[in-house]
Design a protein around this ligand. Structure first.
Ligand code: COA
Length: 387
């Protein structure tokens, strides 16, 4: 008797929107209210009063550091910023026509090979790796940039923190306190964000008990996409294409009429104003004013208004970070890497949280393909027109 096969029931792509992957104590988003907390502390308070180093410490050790803790933590990070010569050789050897995100992904993967302690899964070894990765992201990106410009990488300045050191190693000039603080605030705002796509990629890899370098490599590849971290580069391309204020409304309306997504708007979780966008809008205005040109932030604000009028979409974190980075003189291809410099703190925290209470992440898919098909011997098959 033939088996009765029920027809597949398509449910469409869910994007896992309402799926809960597990517990976390790291960060939480209230999408309806537009709120974000790291370890219970409101993002607005952190953005106004803390530093990236304090936030990384908070995420990894579940408490704000004392002055002595923070000094030791900053010193530890700074001690680890020098790139192994073999990694500099890798950066020199890889093609120049890839993106800096590709270079970062390759460098982190290579770092795993250079770490003789790569498979030590103890908590101490995890923290060591998190410190090394977080310390080295700015060094890797600055070195890759300088090599691509025909320049030699330069060593970090042990008196400067992550934000200032990145700008210093990138340009060769120590930034003024304002520029360093602007980047520092941006790093605070990007450090963690619940179960976003790249964090999910990281913990899926970690859940197989693979090493931290592999998990962070997965995350970098995921952050790169234009629907995730890559959106900030899309924003500046759009602003440059628009060219001037008078063109903003017509450009926005044209894109929306063509059903094109506009980078820097919409969010999978926020159904209110993204609190990070509030802070970035503020610093974008301050940065523009300090640099003597508010053209980009003014155009961005106009874009925000036009998108709201036409489609009631809120801006996300990427909208205003674009004009901040552009005004700081960071090349567009390094906007998403700057996001990664910060997010590696969050990825590491989630990876450590996953290792501490691990269960292999292994979802299922709704199979909507054929069933009960006959295996046809090769000689009897017709040409497959799909190929
Ligand atoms: N520009 C234009 N329309 C947008 C939009 C955008 N940036 N984001 C969402 N929409 C529209 C969708 O087209 C859809 O419209 P419809 O109902 O008329 O079809 C509606 O808003 C819902 O969008 P949907 O794609 O279901 O939202 P989502 O929650 O699944 O997607 C993003 C979230 C982030 C993927 C999406 O907003 C996006 O692609 N944004 C641009 C990329 C970006 O800035 N990413 C950074 C995120 S921090």
């Amino acid at each position: 008797m033939n088996e009765v096969v029920s027809a597949p029931q398509p449910m469409g792509q869910t994007g896992l929107r309402d799926a809960v992957v597990g517990d976390t104590r790291l960060s939480s988003i209230n999408g309806e209210k537009g709120e974000l907390i790291y370890r219970g502390i409101d993002i607005h308070d952190l953005a106004r009063s803390s530093t990236f180093e304090e936030v990384a410490y908070l995420l990894w050790f579940d408490a704000l550091p004392s002055k002595a803790n923070l000094d030791a933590f900053r010193a530890d990070l700074n001690k680890r910023r020098a790139l192994p010569q073999k990694l500099v050789d890798v950066l020199r050897d890889i093609p120049r026509d890839g993106t800096p995100m590709d270079a970062l992904r390759t460098a982190v993967s290579a770092l795993g090979l250079f770490d003789t302690n790569v498979n030590d899964m103890s908590r101490d070894a995890q923290v060591e790796k998190a410190l090394t990765l977080t310390a080295l992201f700015p060094s890797i990106l600055a070195a890759y940039y300088r090599i691509s410009q025909g320049l030699d990488p330069i060593a970090s300045d042990p008196s400067a923190d992550t934000a200032a050191n990145f700008l210093y190693m990138f340009t060769g000039t120590m930034p003024d306190a304002n520029a360093a603080r602007v980047l520092d605030v941006s790093l605070i705002l990007h450090a963690d964000h619940g179960m976003n796509a790249s964090t999910f990629a990281a913990i899926v890899t970690a859940s197989t008990l693979s090493d931290m370098y592999s998990a962070v490599t997965s995350a970098i590849g995921t952050l790169k996409g234009p629907l995730h971290g890559g959106a900030n580069e899309g924003v500046i391309h759009n602003l440059l294409e628009i060219g001037e204020m008078a063109n903003v409304d017509s450009w926005v309306n044209r894109k929306l009429a063509a059903h094109e997504k506009i980078m820097g708007f919409g969010h999978a979780v926020y159904k209110a104003y993204d609190p990070r966008a509030t802070e970035l809008k503020r610093i974008a205005k301050e940065t523009g004013a300090a640099a003597g040109t508010t053209t980009w932030v003014d155009m961005t604000e106009r874009m925000e208004q036009a998108v709201w009028n036409a489609k009631q979409l809120y801006p996300n974190v990427d909208l205003y970070s674009a004009s901040v980075y552009y005004t700081l003189g960071i090349p567009t291809a390094y906007f998403t890497p700057v996001f990664a410099i910060s997010r590696v703190a969050g990825w590491s925290a989630h990876i450590m949280e996953q290792y501490a209470d691990n269960k292999l992440l292994r979802p299922r898919a709704n199979y909507v393909g054929a069933r009960g098909m006959t295996y046809v011997p090769l000689a009897e098959r017709r040409e497959n027109v799909k190929l």
